[in-house]
Design a protein around this ligand. Sequence first.
Ligand SMILES: [Cu+2]
Length: 184
Amino acid sequence: MKRSLILVVAIFSLCVKAGIASSADVEDSRRRTGPPNATISFGQWETDPALDRLNANPTGGAGNNHELIPDIVTIEAGGAVNFVISGLHNVQIFDDGTKPDDIGTTVPQPLPGMGGGIIDDSNKRIYRGWDPNPIPNNFQRDRVEVVHFAEPGRYLVICGVVNHFVNDQMYGFVRVLPEKKGGF
Ligand SMILES: [Cu+2]
């Protein structure tokens, strides 16, 4: 009797283990194998000389670095990029293959705003974020915009503030690879 009971218990636990393994396999096959997300620091507050923003930002854009860091990221189709924005900046994204020289900074005329205004070229533009000009010059200009990329390609990302783009070359790229299917 004892032996048969042990046998039954052993068979039962094997079945349970097999069941767990098969459901884990199903879950694994639905997971992405590559990096679906990336983060770009879109403008950065400087620390040399020391900067104190306790009550407000410095006037005239002082104390802010105008770069995308990193300026190239790679994700998979279906992934997203988190733009962490610090200061008076405007995220604009242009479709696969667009080059910086393709962007019209004087024609069409930029929208009014600080730093030469906001670039208003809708050709191949697939995303434009908040205009920071009406936002008070305090912590409210620090924000996050998360943008989804559905199709593979090489997307140009610029700061829409004219002087940042033209004078400081504030732009970068998002490389979107085809989505990997299946799991390990
Ligand atoms: Cu900018």
